[in-house]
Ligand binder design. Sequence first.
Ligand SMILES: CC(=O)N[C@H]1[C@@H](OP(=O)(O)OP(=O)(O)OC[C@H]2O[C@@H](n3ccc(=O)[nH]c3=O)[C@H](O)[C@@H]2O)O[C@H](CO)[C@@H](O)[C@@H]1O
Ligand SMILES: C=C(OP(=O)(O)O)C(=O)O
Length: 509
Amino acid sequence: MTEDYLARIGTLIREARRHQGMTQNELADLLGTSQSAVVRIEQGKQNLSLEMLSRIGQNLDSQFVALGTSGPQHLRIEGGTKLHGSIDVKTSKNAAVALLCASLLNKGRTTLRNIARIEEVNRILEVLSSIGVKTRWLPDSSDLEIIPPARLDLEALDEAAARRTRTIIMFFGPLLHEFTDFELPYAGGCDLGSRTIEPHMTALRHFGLDVEATQGAYKAQVTPGVSPARAIVLTERGDTVTENALMAAARHEGETVIRNASPNYMVQDLCFYLQKLGVEIDGIGTTTLTVRGRAEIDVDVEYSPSEDPIEAMSLLAAAVVTESEITIRRVPIEFLEIELALLSEMGMKYELTEEYCSDNGETRLVDLTTKPGPLKAPIDKIHPMPFPGLNIDNLPFFALIAACAEGRTMIHDWVYENRAIYLTELTKVGAKVQLLDPHRVLIDGPTRWRAAEVICPPALRPGVVILIAMLAAPGVSVLRNVYVINRGYEDLANRLNELGAKVETFRDI
Ligand SMILES: CC(=O)N[C@H]1[C@@H](OP(=O)(O)OP(=O)(O)OC[C@H]2O[C@@H](n3ccc(=O)[nH]c3=O)[C@H](O)[C@@H]2O)O[C@H](CO)[C@@H](O)[C@@H]1O
Ligand SMILES: C=C(OP(=O)(O)O)C(=O)O
């Protein structure tokens, strides 16, 4: 360890000891060492083994010196290198969380194949385990086994885990079949401004659910015997609201028609899984879903969700920004067609292989090879739409690509209150971004990227956008506190390194 490093650890240990109101002698006793050794440790004059560090951490109950899980994670990026080689797109966060919630509909065993090992999934697993669901990663795989108990123990629900994700709202659909009276903590997740759950309540009222929001919790009451008397017309074509309505319909024995449904990728994955549970669904991939549910579902099933179009878009953006030729394998092309059409308009060249099928047996995939070359700003503004449209979560990557293109681009994020504002963080790494109002930014390109130290915005895609820009910036950049990125991307730093990037993960000590 370098002297500077030891001195910093020593200072942290002294502070933690004082915080515990402990003398040096008392700490020495607990560690089985002498007081003079503790003095040397606190002065940074004693080499420390990892074993000693972890003992100190345990005795001082200090996050700073506990090994492994301590402190927020940061990234150090040595930018300016080109990427090369191939990378596989992982399965999607958004399908994974929907499927985990839907597994609650099934009394039998659900095995989900190739699930991305991401923090969002970890939080839902924590919530599921806390209420009595048996979950485990199968050995040497990314396959998840989920076995619900005879009765869920909602009293024991891990609130801290639940509050870190918005997914908890997708518990309403499955739970309304199990309980007449229950509480769920308020949803959390990325800070994108207020995200109403009103459309969910409007949809689920058709199944007798009534929710009152009080003091940090949703209090839910279900009137038994209530079922949709007519088609459920969603007030927004939202992804999770469609999923909630589908999960409620899955265990309703009659026919449910959902109109203005989202046909987006994660909704399709959920539908294919529900079909495996024996639920009949017509209209998958359209905005009208007709569902014939089953009162009881008790089957052992396996399902493999499809690849993440947003991760594919992120990797595409990384190739554009670093002017690299890379092959992105397993791209779910039907959910990236509009993005690619727009990129073609901007002058981007790429090659696609023949289509092949995802492991879900449904989604069409291609391998895509990027070809570096000059880009020009599009004539019209870029804005997202519910599927089929330019994906709402892909919009931030267009800010990055626009910053590489010659000319001025307007990006219009009408969807989220805060997200366009975060795009102005790109100015810290050299981009010219002008905020017109909370939803619209003007970007002038091309950009001479420069290294910087930036605190990760508290939102997944804007965070990844900054990371990718840093890959292109010559010199060393630091991106602090990247939990939000780990919410949605598995081991992104190492996977980018396999393409030739230089990204190092570190934590405060
Ligand atoms: C776990 C999951 O799957 N999350 C995705 C899902 O979240 P989710 O389905 O929870 O998204 P929201 O319901 O929060 O919708 C996002 C925003 O879009 C607005 N809105 C949406 C649809 C519409 O027809 N009109 C409208 O105004 C909503 O009011 C909200 O402000 O969809 C979002 C929008 O695609 C994505 O960013 C999220 O990654
Ligand atoms: C906004 C996103 O997700 P979530 O709905 O999980 O916040 C996202 O994936 O970009």
